[in-house]
Design a protein around this ligand. Structure first.
Ligand code: DGJ
Length: 744
């Protein structure tokens, strides 16, 4: 009891005469209270240095007029504390980072095994500093800092392991996003082993949260799930060597009562494309701990004296205006701080050959495609799989990146130049990280595959995975692609990756570093991406992993867009695009109109869905009905009008197509001058149903005209809702409204 009273007095004293320290951009140090306050446009994040030793987490949420609450000291039996620090019980407090074996029994941010065999550590505060911008993270993708962004660096020290830990917080003010990563330096004389590493820990108050995750499988990725958090630990993860179709690294944690438009919602994501772990643990009293990082199952690192390990970056956001606000924060952040800068240039409307001819790449067919595609207003022909080595099907050729001499009699360069004379741009498919056992590369270098000595390597799609942790492999690939594309005027690359990693071992790494293979694989992949971007700066990259198996912020750093899914069925695509929109902007989603059959209405339906992202086509235009093809120029013309809005506009979801039989959403510019509203019914309804589409951001004093039908609506009408009626029997209602504000 006495202990509790002392803690309360301490907190009261702290709040008398608040003497704010020197302001430094978005990071303020309140020296009086030993607090660091990180501020974005709408949010505040507060850290307290407790007794010059521990890092307490005080607050994350909306900006507060009356100051943030005191650091909450909670005391419980059975909860360890250091002598003299009875009220700071790590297990009962909200902290910035946590250490295995150090009296905090919740999930741990960091586990490091010292030379003495013990994995117990306890890092203590030493100093902190603030600097403008973002420090580079070695070999990893990370967010670009804008002019107003600044970084807090906190240094901690563990005297037994002799390791220095630095925690980084970059504040992306206008995006309402804060990023986190850590850096561990072994300053001792013996190696240490990193056994678990999380980039972000965020201890949230209270326990009444729902967790939003994006789950799925190949062909059905990023489906929406929202479930109440239960007591204990719940997680999302990938052990597959990719960020995966099965769980996306995004996590939303929102109050149970939060809706699309109202309520508190936190969002977390990882700027990384390999295996990961995201955890949410509801503990005994002090709320919900969220962590995101590499984890400890598919990751380990041997840190020799003098070596430094830097974790990938994780990001977090907070919205007081519901799940929609969280998504819009992440959309802006991804557009402004992650995606390549040329993102705002016009994207080509592509015609991709895959679902049209599969591996049957042939000069004549492609030339015919090009000629016809140009006629219908398509900008680019993308030659998918099947053009290289001995590739006739998926059993041979991967690794041999030269044009098949039978398919391209005069070489790739001559062919591409000829095709481009028709007035079309040219894109090409590659899968650099893979090799078929039936390939010249594998015959020459079987030791360049991921494998474990004495164990049989497993195939998937008849392919093995190259050991991207080995710099010789990355060098070989650079040379291969230099030879293949050095003097070929390609405009676009589709970079595919079609299996998950098993037998993850490396002939290149010594035994004590085998556990690093999975993370080093990603570092090699990122090196190759960076080389491509630098070597072919004008070439656009579309990332793909059997569709959206690596739909993550790491890949977005190097690719302009991502093939959202191998599933091009418009019903599933509506759900996949909806799920993707929780975390990622529409400018990242490559969406193709495929197989409309011979019904012009079907190609319009499919276009309506594909116009929710970056439009393309994927079908055999050589044997399609003209009355269907004739719809394409009009679609492209409309899409061009909307493209900027789709790529950069604010996005509002109106219905969840994973729960309802329709999807509906709109894009709008910041001045609310144009609103592009979409409604897509996914299946015929049993009875007619009237649905109100409420465009709540319309200016209520304005009048809007639908440029597609010339119908007029007052802003007030739009806010109250446009009524649509669902179709029954075999009719599915769909429609777009291009609402333009009337000039005064
Ligand atoms: C999987 C991709 O997702 C498809 O679009 C296609 O490129 C095939 N691979 C080619 O093998």
């Amino acid at each position: 009891m006495l202990e509790k009273q002392i803690a309360v007095c301490y907190n009261l004293l702290k709040n008398i005469c608040p003497n704010k320290g020197e302001a430094q951009m978005a990071v303020i140090f309140d020296n009086e209270h030993r607090r660091v306050i990180l501020t974005t446009n709408d949010t505040e994040y507060v850290i307290e240095i407790i007794r010059e030793r521990f890092l307490g987490h005080v607050y994350y949420g909306p900006k507060t007029a009356d100051g943030v609450p005191d650091f909450a000291y909670r005391i419980a039996s059975f909860s360890p504390y250091y002598e003299g620090f009875f009220d700071f019980q790590p297990d009962m407090c909200t902290t910035e980072y946590s250490y295995f074996g150090n009296g905090d029994f919740r999930c741990t941010s960091l586990k490091v095994r010292s030379a003495n065999g013990s994995s117990v550590t306890g890092f203590e505060y030493r100093s902190h500093r603030v600097f403008k911008g973002h420090a580079p993270i070695d070999r990893l993708p990370y967010a670009e800092a804008g002019d107003s962004d600044s970084t807090l660096e906190i240094t901690l020290w563990d005297s037994v392991s002799q390791c220095e830990l630095k925690l980084y917080y970059t504040v992306f003010e206008d995006c309402n996003v804060i990023s986190r990563y850590m850096k561990l330096t072994n300053k001792g004389t013996s190696p240490v082993e990193i056994e678990k590493c999380m980039s972000l820990q965020c201890d949230l108050p209270g326990t009444d949260y729902d967790m939003i995750t994006l789950y799925g499988k190949h062909g059905c990725e990023r489906l929406f799930s929202r479930t109440p958090l239960h007591r204990g630990n719940q997680s999302i993860y990938s052990r597959r060597g990719t960020s995966s179709h099965q769980f996306n690294p995004f996590m939303g944690i929102c109050r149970r009562t939060a809706t699309e438009e109202k309520g508190d919602c936190y969002g977390f994501n990882f700027v990384y494309s390999g295996s990961f772990l995201g955890e949410a643990e509801v503990g005994q009293e002090c709320g919900c701990r969220v962590q995101l990082g590499l984890g400890g199952e598919n990751f380990g690192w041997h840190l020799s004296p003098g070596e430094v390990f830097e974790s990938p970056e994780a990001v977090m956001t907070f919205s007081a205006v519901g799940v929609g606000g969280m998504s819009r924060n992440f959309h802006k952040f991804t557009r402004d701080r992650i995606l390549p800068k040329e993102i705002h240039k016009n994207r080509p409307v592509v015609l991709n050959t895959w679902e049209a001819v599969y591996f049957n790449i042939d000069e004549k067919i492609l030339s015919d495609f090009a000629e016809k595609a140009v006629k219908y207003g398509i900008d680019m022909l993308v030659m998918d799989d099947g053009w290289f080595g001995a590739r006739e099907n998926d059993s041979a050729g991967l690794g041999d990146w030269w044009a098949n001499p039978v398919k391209f009699k005069n070489g790739l360069g001559a062919f591409v130049k000829k095709i481009k004379k028709t007035g079309i741009k040219f894109g090409i498919w590659i899968e650099p990280e893979m090799v078929n056992p039936d390939s010249d590369l594998y015959r020459a270098h079987p030791e360049w595959t991921l494998r474990c000595a004495g164990r049989e390597s497993m195939l998937s799609r008849e392919q093995l995975v190259l050991d991207m942790s080995n710099p010789c492999v990355v060098e070989y690939l650079k040379n291969s692609f230099e030879d293949a594309f050095g003097d070929v005027p390609i405009d676009y690359i589709k970079w595919d990756m079609n299996r998950h990693l098993s037998q993850v071992g490396s002939d290149f790494l010594p035994p004590e570093r085998q556990k690093e293979a999975s993370h080093r694989y990603m570092l090699g992949v990122y090196d190759l991406y960076r080389w491509f971007r630098e070597r072919f700066p004008d070439v656009m990259i579309e990332n793909c992993s059997g569709g959206g198996g690596r739909y993550d912020l790491g890949m977005m750093k190097y690719s302009h867009q991502i093939w959202a899914s191998d599933n091009t069925d418009p019903v599933w695509r509506t759900r996949i695009q909806y799920g993707s929109s929780l975390a990622y902007p529409a400018s990242t989603m490559s969406c193709h109109v495929s197989h409309p059959g011979d019904d012009p209405d079907e190609i319009e339906y499919r276009f309506t869905v594909a116009a929710g992202g970056i439009l393309g086509y994927e079908m055999n235009i050589l044997n399609m009905d003209d009355k269907v093809l004739e719809r394409i120029p009009g679609q492209i013309e409309r899409y061009r009008r909307w493209e900027e809005l789709i790529k950069t506009g604010d996005f509002y979801r109106l219905s969840n197509p994973c729960e309802k039989i329709y999807g509906s959403y709109y894009f709008t510019d910041s001045a609310r001058n144009t609103i592009l509203l979409t409604f897509v019914q996914l299946e015929a309804d049993k009875d007619y149903k009237e649905i109100k589409l409420r465009v709540s951001c319309a200016d209520k004093n304005a009048v809007y005209t639908d440029a597609l039908t010339k119908e007029r609506y007052t802003g007030d009408q739009l806010r109250k809702g446009i009524t649509v009626t669902t179709g029954t029997e075999d009719k599915r209602y769909y429609r777009m409204w291009e609402l333009i504000r009337d000039r005064a």
